[in-house]
Design a protein around this ligand. Structure first.
Ligand code: ADP
Ligand code: MG
Length: 320
């Protein structure tokens, strides 16, 4: 559905990640994690077509509509909260307006005239489309999402510009959820939510009919919403099947593997004498031998074959 192929991205001299392969299929529920500054927001922007890659490519299947919520910085103005949310359904609102016009035309026309038949025919076609797209339930949907995200009914008709930054993000989130894009991309959506709204969003996403990728530092939220964890770590993209808890256990298993049979390189702690850490040591060995594969990774790869059935997907493009 959307795929990164050998993807790489840098900012100036700083490499964020490279050699990244990632495939997101319909109904995937992906949690994107990593330390601050590793490039999570950048990956999401790349998927949302708001940033470009420096290496590799992004392939997007036809018919994908990505809906993206940035981490912050959105400001809406000029409409009430309710009208702003209704604007998502502009096509249905236009159909509704046309239905009203056709109804008044029908009231004025002679029921036996050919014009009446033409207008009635058009009305029935439009009404069918309106009903098929849940047109009669739009306002109820808007109300449910606004309540879920913590807006009191008395606030629905206040102007959006009266709301602070966090609440602006809630309005933007409400609009995205109402739009129901088939690829929802949410950058730290829980940052602006209280516990009740967070729980509501958790439930909403669990029932979301399409794919989503979300960034969150809330492990409990990730545990119940996602079925894959994509981690940016050590400038690579690592893919783990399962929720956050499963990711942690898979990762600790990986890190517990000995680095190599060489005792001086066994641990993940920095070397007492040289201060080199595990990655420095791997990089050092790879200078002489570009195909050097530390024992841990070799075991890991071997283990992956056993664990492959839904347990672990090894990082693509790494260790080669
Ligand atoms: N507009 C920018 N200009 C320069 N560097 C940037 C810019 N945006 C991001 N970066 C760099 O890219 C790194 C990753 O940013 P980001 O994708 O926001 O990370 P994350 O979301 O994981 O915290 C940052 O540490 C920063 O060094
Ligand atoms: Mg970020």
């Amino acid at each position: 559905m959307i795929q990164l192929n050998s993807a790489g991205r840098r900012y100036g001299h700083k490499l964020l990640f490279d050699g990244a392969d990632l495939l997101i299929t319909p109904r995937d529920r992906v949690g994107l994690v990593g330390a601050n500054g590793t490039g999570k927001s950048t990956v999401l922007k790349i998927l949302a077509d708001q940033e470009t890659l420096d290496y590799g490519s992004v392939s997007v299947a036809k018919g994908i509509s990505a809906g993206y919520l940035p981490q912050d910085g959105l400001t809406l103005s000029g409409r009430t909260v309710f009208a702003e949310c209704l604007s998502v359904f502009s096509r249905l609102s236009n159909l509704e307006k046309e239905m009203e016009q056709l109804t008044s035309s029908m009231a004025e026309l002679d029921h036996t005239s050919p014009e009446y038949n033409q207008v009635a025919d058009r009305y029935h076609r439009i009404e069918h489309e309106f009903r098929t797209h849940d047109g009669y339930a739009i306002e109820a949907q808007v109300g449910a999402v606004l309540s879920g995200l913590g807006f009191r009914t008395e606030d629905w008709h206040r102007q959006t510009e009266e709301f602070s930054g966090g609440w602006q993000m809630r309005i933007a989130l409400a609009k995205l959820l109402l739009q129901k894009p088939n690829l929802l991309l949410l950058d730290e959506p829980t940052n602006h939510l209280d516990l009740e709204s967070r729980n509501w969003l958790e439930e909403y996403l669990s029932n979301y009919p399409y794919a989503f990728v979300l960034i969150s530092h809330d492990r409990y939220f990730l545990d119940v919403t996602v079925n894959r964890i994509v981690e940016i770590w050590n400038k690579k993209i690592w893919i783990y099947s399962g929720n956050y808890e499963k990711y942690l256990s898979q990762k600790s298993f990986y890190q517990s593997l000995p680095l190599s049979s060489d005792k001086s390189q066994a641990g993940t702690e920095p070397d007492q004498r040289t201060g080199e850490d595990r990655e420095d040591r791997i990089a050092g060995r790879r200078k002489d031998d570009p195909f050097f594969l530390p024992a841990a990774e070799a075991e890991w790869q071997a283990g992956c074959r056993v664990l492959r059935c839904g347990e672990v997907i090894r990082p693509e493009g790494s260790f080669s």
